[in-house]
Ligand binder design. Sequence first.
Ligand code: FAD
Length: 851
Amino acid sequence: MTRDGMETDPPHSPPTHEHVGTHTMPSRKRILIVGGVAGGASAAARARRLSEDAEIVMFERGEHISFANCGLPYHIGEIIPKRKSLLVQTADGMRKRFRIDVRTRCEVTRIDRSRREVLVRNLETAEEHAEPYDALILSPGAEPLRPPIPGADDPHVFTLRNLADMDAIKRVLDEEKPAAALVVGGGYIGLEMAENLRHRRAAVTLVELAPQVFTAADPEMVEPIHQQLRLHGVDLRLETSVTAIQQTDGSLRVLLSTGESVSCGLVILAVGVRPEVHLARAAGLEIGPTGGIVVDAHLRTSDPNIYAVGDAVEVTHLVSRQKASIPLAGPANRQGRIAADNVLGGESVYGFSQGTAICKVFDLAIGMTGMSERALKQAGAAYEKIYIHPSSHAGYYPGAMPISLKLLFDPGNGKILGTQAVGADGVDKRIDVLATALQAGLTVRDLARLELSYAPPYGSAKDPVNYAGLVASNVLDGLVKLCHVEDVTDPAEDQLLLDVRDVKELESGTIPGAKNVPLDDLRDRLDELPRDREILAFCQVGLRGYLACRILTQHGFRCRNLTGGYKTYRAARAISSNGDGAVKEVTDDTGQQAPQPAETDAPPAEVVKEIDARGLQCPGPIMQLRAELEGVGENQAVSILVADPGFPNDVVAWCESTGHQLLSVVPEEGACRATIAKRARPAATAAPATGPSELSKNKTVVVFSGDLDKALAGFIIANGAAAMGSKVTMFFTFWGLNVLRKDQKVSVSKNLVERMFGRMMPRGPNKLKLSKMNMGGLGAAMIKGIMRSKGVDPLPKLIQTAQEAGVRLVACSMSMDLMGIRREELIDGVEEGGVAMYLGQAEAGNVNLFI
Ligand code: FAD
């Protein structure tokens, strides 16, 4: 079956599960079909396959039947270069193969139910005549809405429904080559048109009345689409409407509700469709509350001799069991086939529609099935939701792309209610598996059990679908309690926000008011957490937050995990602030004034390093960028290629936080390339509200202890502070000096006591012991192993990183003297200093830690 045209062949296909009962072939039956595209052509072909005797006549008022309406935007964008590729089946082909009497350019203008005949007007000759029927199948589709905007009748204002509309739009683009176009409406046709008009190198403004595009999905899931549109140079105007369209000197001036106006060469109206029911209504067929023709489970209208299918009918939603209008090609094709079955004596049943849909927006896809959270709320249904952000396939195999997936389920029995996913790769596969699961009535526990195909280029051993099921099952099993963005945005007084990410990750922002205790330190820092407050834990994507909750719960804390983590929080908050902080493409390939980076006095920066970080999951790209920038000189730039669709916003926040300068973010090879200049001091931009504040203040850390765990904590904090732009001085005194000792014995002259001291004390970071549970070195070995497995740098590496980041390591000269440690015994790069130096540094800083 084609995606949107008719079922082309398989005559031997078995009946669908919707098909029950048998066909009793009547004697020569006359079947008339109104509409010759998705539903109509499917009905016609199926009817012929079932009956060689039936007389089948299909009326189509357009020039073509069975064309690929879903491909129309892509021919306009020249992605589908040949127009004829869209003609899935021709009238001639249909006549030859199926002996169907196809009448194009013939409009059915009236149904006379009492006489069982239709009135047909030949649109070429304007002649009208009646055609009798035994059974009539209506598949007239849906018509695009044309809002009553003054000037919307201008010939350069288009809707897109059929080949004629497509040809007209394409003609304007080919002949007039407009520099700019405006699309009204951010549904899938509007989005596809925005993308394809950009392919034609027009500057595109997309105007959408709602605060988000693709309103079938929930706002936070659509935020990456907003970023993607902006990344590709679409001027996205949310919560805006068009108030008038005026002709001015050969171009159009589109007035917006914001008081602004946009000049362009053409306007596409894509504000939605409504079922085309004029014929049905005039014939007295029942029309439902959603505006579609009412049909029963056999797709029979209120007249038993008339069937209706496709966009024109009202369906029942699988999840809500409410009537709905779901104008999609899949249901239309299946319904056409079912109606034909029933016309020819079958008892096929059309079950439910579930709104499975997917839309390509440049390099991203957004897909969904079932009910959205918004729809569940409106219906007053009980639901729980989880978010995950896995990779499309194994992260170590090239080309893995992040997917954000939201799963809505019944908190009582775990039944799937709906799902949405957005990403550059693998969205279709996950949505289709989940659509199948939804239709089969599976629960989230079933998802965890599904055995799905896996090899590194295609998926993960724990596929995102399994993973979503596991996360949701944990909730059902009471292993973790969830909190959501609305909970952490405004926590109550008896709640504490706990960010369990590593310090470095905070550079891209955190939730205001959050306390940071990295997950790996959590067990040792439990005494810092209040037992009388509920802890709302979060990490980047939800996994470490879950682990933190497991630790905290088992230590008697009340705790909930922010599902989807900071990534989901950012997406939800970006939506509510209407895209603030979003980046625009820096290019002038449209011939229009392109968005430019903020004016700055900073000197130009040459790109000295290019990194491909497409295989890295958030926050990997930011961490790699940070490391690479450390290795280049001031006012030099690093260019990084990242697949994570959230990266454009992350890098903005990170640059604001660290003072480095974001030069550009542009789309490239299905990912985005950001270029960042290393700057010494924060640029003119202010620190983000969500980020750490007072970044330029100094920090001092006194390291008194020679315990491994304490030294680790000291260096992690110091490195984090350095990464955030602080000048950090670590002052090593007494036992802390051992952290700085070289591994090897250095021959220096010492007296007896000094030699004894030197022998008894650990020589360097590798010899340090744990402050607790050292167990004769076993504990220290264990913690090093755990750190290795979790990718946490060992202490020597942390020391090296600190030195590379400019952290001053100062050995207390007085302690060195007391303990008989000589300068030569310490690692290179260590300074010596006294109390005065320490106090001077501490006074200039805003944080002073004693470890
Ligand atoms: P149609 O396929 O629209 O066919 C109805 C036909 O009936 C029309 O050709 C019309 O001329 C004819 N007709 C109406 N009244 C009369 C009359 N009185 N006499 C004679 N002929 C009549 N769906 C998806 O699932 N995925 C997609 O990606 C997708 N992309 C789309 C992109 C575009 C630009 C458009 C316009 C639609 C897209 N759709 C998509 C929707 C999909 O095409 C429709 O859901 C599907 O075609 C509906 O089938 P139908 O038979 O009900 O109506």
